[in-house]
Design a protein around this ligand. Sequence first.
Ligand SMILES: NC(=O)C1=CN([C@@H]2O[C@H](COP(=O)(O)OP(=O)(O)OC[C@H]3O[C@@H](n4cnc5c(N)ncnc54)[C@H](OP(=O)(O)O)[C@@H]3O)[C@@H](O)[C@H]2O)[C@H](O)CC1
Ligand SMILES: [K+]
Length: 512
Amino acid sequence: MYLVTAKEMRNLDRYTIDHLGVPGVVLMENAGKAVAEEIMHRFPEPKTAVILCGSGNNGGDGWVVARHLQFRGWKVYLWLVGAVEKMAPDARVFYEVCQRLTRIEIDPQQERDQLRRHLEQADVVVDALLGTGATGQLRPHIAEVVALVNQQSKAFVVAVDLPTGVDADTGGVLTEAVQADLTVTFAFPKWGHYLRPGADYSGEVKVADIGLSPCASPELEPSARINLPSDWQHHLPPRSAWAHKGTHGHLLVVGGSRGMLGAAVMAGEAAYRTGAGLVTITVPSSEQLPLSAKVTQQMVWSWPGESTFSPDSWQMIEERRTRFSAVAIGPGLGRFAGEADWLGELMKRMEVPMVLDADALNILSDHPSLLQKRPSPFATVLTPHPGEMARLLACSVAHVESSRRQAAGELAQKTGAVVVLKGRYTIVAFPDGKQILNLTGSPALAKGGAGDLLTGMIGSLLAQRIPLGAAVPMAVYLHGKAGELAVSSVPHSVMFSDILSAIGPALRQCCQ
Ligand SMILES: NC(=O)C1=CN([C@@H]2O[C@H](COP(=O)(O)OP(=O)(O)OC[C@H]3O[C@@H](n4cnc5c(N)ncnc54)[C@H](OP(=O)(O)O)[C@@H]3O)[C@@H](O)[C@H]2O)[C@H](O)CC1
Ligand SMILES: [K+]
């Protein structure tokens, strides 16, 4: 499923109407009817609704909603908040239908006692004021009505396409926004539904098919998609009865400095759970023995070239590096003298797909040129949380969080790496500008170790030679799904081991 900007939506709209000739009023009828059906699905018995319509086509959808609810016995209070003479032509068609059906209140733009009274009676309020056509800060008369809607607390609030006041592309709030319980959007979800604070105003987001043309040509192709198993589940290799431990890849995990061995172990365990045939963890030689006593299924080596960083001390890697089909660097890595040369040497020598996380990213922040050491065409995946992203882009965390889509895209384009910007809705950004938004996840993942798990899962799927464009979104989706499935009681008490155990069920749910 695509994820669109307002402009991409308009392009698809225009193609359907102008090029294919589907009348706009047909799309509007389908849109309004879809909203009415979602409402009646939640309220099977007729209730009282206040429907607030702007002058544009978002308002047009509102007139259609009003007619359908009224036909099904609802008490409907209809309000035009805007100027009739400025009404969009398609909206005008349905406005005039409503005029023949019932009284339409015109917002007086000063005292609004009547509107308050209607809102107090409402079981449902429909926000059809502004949709994807909103630009700039809300004009006062709209902002005042939005405030009135938010002041009443009884009604179930349904936003048409977008909550009024939410920017379709950034999720930013234009002055203020309608706090919706449900948003019914059309054809494809918009970025604004999943970027804060817009995500907090959207409530549950339902996507209605209104008969819009699917993407008909490359130039119309939106640049983003929602992460869905249907896009990659066929890439998970089946388990042949003839398989052996060498059949499903060998991941090298590099990390685990003193006091942070657990991170490397967790990444390694997650890699096994996600299907890797072999996992080797490398830790500082001082930690190798203690760790060997702790882990069973994973081989434990010391860091390559740890002592002298001289070329010949990399012999171990030279002799064995072809054994590995992917490498993950970072879980519990820590910072140390000579880190840049060491990481650069490792990045250069490992001619396999590579995941960089945690302190490997922080070292990269101080030495961005290290990425140029990566031998092409081997892929590199960066998995920053917002703090690491801020360091990589030399900006503030607030800036990253207020422009997640742009930040992820910028780093991917700048580095040529695949960027996984973690968060409630993780974004996977590719160097060619394509992006994938992931919707799975749970507050249970807001704990130490969750990032190490994801690093191990991405490394595991890359080690199994799953194509990059499938391996990364698959791992991100499964990681979030495992976080959901791990919650047996409350998310507060979920442990790393619960999430680890949930990887298998998540795989079964998505890939069988
Ligand atoms: N394929 C689809 O997705 C379909 C979507 N539909 C609906 O159409 C809207 C988009 O309609 P559009 O007319 O382009 O724009 P809006 O209705 O969202 O808003 C335009 C009106 O709002 C006024 N406006 C703009 N910015 C502000 C602001 N900051 N404050 C107050 N008012 C604002 C604008 O006034 P102007 O003076 O600028 O003209 C317009 O009056 C989409 O969201 C869907 O709901 C179709 O119904 C079906 C197909
Ligand atoms: K709206």
